[in-house]
Design a protein around this ligand. Sequence first.
Ligand SMILES: [Zn+2]
Length: 235
Amino acid sequence: MQASPALERAAELVALAVNARLQSGGAAMLPLEAADRQAWRPNCAVANCYASGAVGMAAHSDRMTALGPCPIIASLSLGATRCFRLHRTQRVDLWEGAGGTGSGSPHDTAVAAGADVVRVDLQLAHNQLLVMWPPTQETWKHEVTKTSKPFTLHKRSGATRFNLTFRRMKPGWEHRVPTCRCGRPAVMKAHVPKQPIQQQQPTRQLRYYYACESDGRTKASCGFFVDVPHVATLA
Ligand SMILES: [Zn+2]
């Protein structure tokens, strides 16, 4: 689908913010993203609409099937302020850049288990940009929580929040997607490693697989499952 001029302009501004952060060295990068380190440029955007506090998005990580491992995903919030919750699924030792970055709000909260942050709540306001740096998709789940409590409305959209997430589909990744036994393209996801990921050679510790995407309505799955060969050799 062709992007509107306004969406193209938004993508340019989002890319400027992401690239400024990369060039300042403020974000931890992985070898797999080295090509993007020069100039990250989104080539698709996913839009979501949350019409009221009764509408949310359950905890998930974004599919990496067409993005490849360790994607940068930049999320622009428009309209009402809603809570964006991150749940950590895997310890990542010494990776300061893992998790999201945003401009921050005094209402943001973090929940720790011992010395480890395991859950972060961010209040995402109108025009705020949240960047999920790699390996956020591999090591955290995220959700938009439903709420019956009052939240900050927007003067034009009222209780509605819109969200545009900018991504970069990497050439090659969508072409190697296997077909599951249902005859549908499989989805690529990350294994959750049993051991904390160490800083040394981090990409060697990440593992991925293709699986049948269960039918959203019936939850039916053919059980198709195949490990992705070592990603360092594929990138
Ligand atoms: Zn299937």
